[in-house]
Design a protein around this ligand. Structure first.
Ligand code: YRO
Length: 309
């Protein structure tokens, strides 16, 4: 049973790896993912300068997932640039998440990474903050088109984007129309956390996290249906791009479902935060067991073959 996959021409022995933001801010964490059974690794979204992020508590596990308002804590792009400069690319693919506070910052960082002349894979976080008072880039279609036009013009290496969840069919169509303009935009990672949820503790009658009056991105079991809808819809609307699934993965079954919906690889956030890097070994084993039960030899036997009624 072969669970290997490729993103562009880069082979992954397993289709499963970490989601940006989890187990990837420190080089020690990146190395833990690299030494695990994950098929790749992605770094914490970086900004031009290092950031402490928001006051704690800023992450909380909940009965069916998690809530977070980390506030982009990271060591600044140079720290991840150094990791990418010395990385052994024959091992497993390295994705670099970029979340500049402005288009100029994104262009500066992306240029620095492409000047390394290494096969790293940039993942531009479109949940990055836009001008205050405007929706995030991923929800401001004109600004998103402007930013991607500038990024595509500046990038001569392939890159991807990390997308917020969409819910309205017209938004899927408008977003896909924009992404399909850009040939070197080669992969779409769907989805980021579902924004600005609120989790309340009944006994204390209090929110769980300190920032933003307790509002934060929701991950975990709660988001699986939305994640699968985004994976499958962009899989159908953007046939020239690969889809990386993210959201609601806690067992091999959800890895299977994401790939059935069209994902070429999948990322795990909440479950990885809660379980640690041994998770990848478990998910790989559970995926193999499902494939064996169904008689599939490789991921291509079922990728994108979701049946409709
Ligand atoms: C939400 C932002 C702080 C604007 C970007 C970083 C980010 C964070 C974060 O650092 O709070 N959390 C997420 O679940 N997704 C993200 O993309």
């Amino acid at each position: 049973t072969d669970i290997s996959t490729h993103i562009l021409d880069q082979r992954m022995r397993s289709p499963v790896y970490n989601a940006s933001g989890v187990m990837c801010r420190e080089t020690t964490e990146l190395e833990a993912v690299r030494h695990s059974d994950a098929g790749a690794l992605v770094s914490k979204s970086c900004t031009l300068e290092a950031r402490d992020g928001n006051p704690e508590p800023r992450y909380a596990a909940t009965p069916f997932g998690s809530i977070n308002s980390m506030g982009l804590p990271n060591h600044g792009y140079r720290y991840y640039l150094d990791y990418a400069a010395h990385y052994d690319y024959t091992d497993k693919p390295l994705f670099i998440s970029i979340s500049g506070l402005s288009l100029a910052d994104n262009l500066h960082m992306l240029d620095a990474f492409q000047r390394l002349k290494r096969p790293l894979l940039p993942e531009v976080n479109l949940s990055c903050p836009n001008v205050p008072g405007k929706p995030q880039l991923g929800y401001s279609f004109d600004d998103m088109a402007t930013a991607l036009t500038a990024i595509h013009a500046a990038m001569d290496i392939p890159f991807g984007v990390k997308l917020p969840p969409y819910f309205d069919i017209s938004h899927f169509e408008m977003a896909a129309e924009i992404f399909n303009r850009f040939e070197r935009l080669k992969f779409l990672t769907c989805i980021n956390s579902i924004g600005n949820g609120l989790v309340v503790d009944t006994d204390s009658e209090t929110v769980l996290i300190k920032p933003k009056n307790g509002l934060g991105g929701i991950g975990g079991d709660y988001v699986l249906p939305t994640a699968l809808a985004n994976v499958n819809t962009f899989y159908r609307l953007c046939p020239d791009k690969q889809i990386i699934g993210c959201g609601g993965i806690g067992a091999g079954e959800q890895v299977f479902q994401h790939i059935l919906c069209g994902a070429s690889a999948v990322q795990v956030g909440t479950r990885l935060w809660e379980e640690g890097a041994g998770l990848f070994t478990r998910l790989n084993q559970e995926l193999v067991a499902i494939m064996q039960r169904k008689g599939y030899q490789c991921l291509a036997d079922f990728r994108g073959k979701l049946c409709t009624l």
